[in-house]
Ligand binder design. Structure first.
Ligand SMILES: C[S@@+](CC[C@H](N)C(=O)[O-])C[C@H]1O[C@@H](n2cnc3c(N)ncnc32)[C@H](O)[C@@H]1O
Length: 318
């Protein structure tokens, strides 16, 4: 197994305390859907088979266009790609491949995610790109550690290209601060977001990506792991929240259930929903506004052909 640096925010004790707090608040944070082996493998299958972001005729077009902008904006010299909340690293692997094809030679890559199995997978994916040196991966909860710079030290020379793909929709704009903490003047940041296209049937199209058996199975994994198989089906709905439209997934137990979190029992009463998913939808304009608010220079925002995926390329201004 490749080396993974485990931050205190992802130790078993931190995980247990976080999950108990989440259940007591009846709101399962996004990170709990990725940390376990089963949850991460179900997510990988789902993303590979169904995610518009991994569709060669859709999301991939936008990510490839962003890679071209990165290549155009990069100065000469070494490049260090840091995949933040990188999942299994498929998008970073493609970006690294594009850098190599463009003739870049000194390339290193670091996988960072809350999930150890996903850090390991991403590290392996990135190391497959010829000429890329994959460094020790980092497992960290970016919700708990807004300044990631100490974890990435000693810093490698050259320009950093930080990626934050598919995360802002679920972790919120707060996930930008840890990404920005890794940038020095001239470094690049790529951020992607789920978009809500401006067409009549868009909400139905997006809902169909959630309201289906494989997504239910993935989101139920954490509930199964804590012994609440019988809490009921997950239902999905649109919610026009102050932060923008979002898909909400909830399960409402018909009877009281007892969750077992590594030796601790958490009772969940009947009748009130337990939220297992919140996924905001942006527009290219709201995505750009969030990035500008962080003081970043937005070089471009590319929208995929379906209009459902937006990928922004930004530079850290002096
Ligand atoms: C929708 S997936 C996106 C993965 C990858 N970036 C991609 O676009 O394919 C969300 C990722 O965020 C990670 N994640 C969720 N909460 C996190 C947290 N608090 N800290 C770090 N990573 C987190 C998950 O483990 C998962 O890999």
């Amino acid at each position: 197994m490749p080396d993974v640096r485990i931050d205190e925010s992802v130790t078993p004790a931190a995980h247990r305390a976080g999950l108990i707090a989440a259940l007591e608040a009846r709101r399962v944070d996004n990170r709990f859907h990725y940390v376990g082996e089963l949850a991460s493998s179900r997510w990988r299958e789902l993303a590979a088979g169904h995610s518009p972001a991994q569709d060669a005729d859709d999301g991939v077009v936008a990510y490839d266009d962003a890679a071209k902008a990165v290549i155009a904006a990069l100065p000469d010299g070494p490049v260090h790609v840091i995949g933040l909340a990188c999942g299994d690293g498929v998008k970073e692997r493609r970006l690294l491949g594009a850098l190599r094809s463009a003739g870049r030679e000194e390339i290193s890559a670091t996988a960072v995610d809350v999930s150890v199995p996903l850090v390991v997978a991403a590290d392996a994916a990135m190391a497959q790109v010829p000429g890329v040196v994959a460094t020790e991966g980092v497992a960290v909860d970016i919700g708990a550690v807004p300044d990631l710079s100490p974890l990435l030290s000693p810093w490698l020379p050259g320009t950093r290209v930080v990626t934050l793909f598919g995360v802002i929709s679920t972790l919120g704009p707060g996930s930008l601060a840890p990404a920005v903490s890794l940038l020095a003047t001239g470094d690049l940041l790529l951020v992607s977001a789920n978009l809500l296209p401006d067409r009549a049937e868009a909400r139905d199209d997006v809902m169909a990506q959630y309201d289906n058996p494989p997504t239910r199975a993935w989101l139920s994994t954490v509930l199964e792991e804590i012994g609440i198989h019988d809490a009921g089906d997950i239902t999905f709905r649109w919610d026009d929240a102050p932060g923008g439209p979002m898909i909400v997934g909830e399960v409402t137990p018909a009877q009281a259930v007892m969750a077992q979190v590594e030796g601790v029992t958490v009772g969940l009463s009947a009748g009130a929903p337990i939220r297992v998913l919140e996924s905001f939808r942006h527009t290219p304009e709201t995505l750009e506004a969030l990035l500008v608010r962080e003081g970043l220079e937005v070089l471009q925002v590319t929208v995929s052909p379906s209009g459902e995926e937006g990928v922004a390329v930004c530079r850290c201004a002096p």
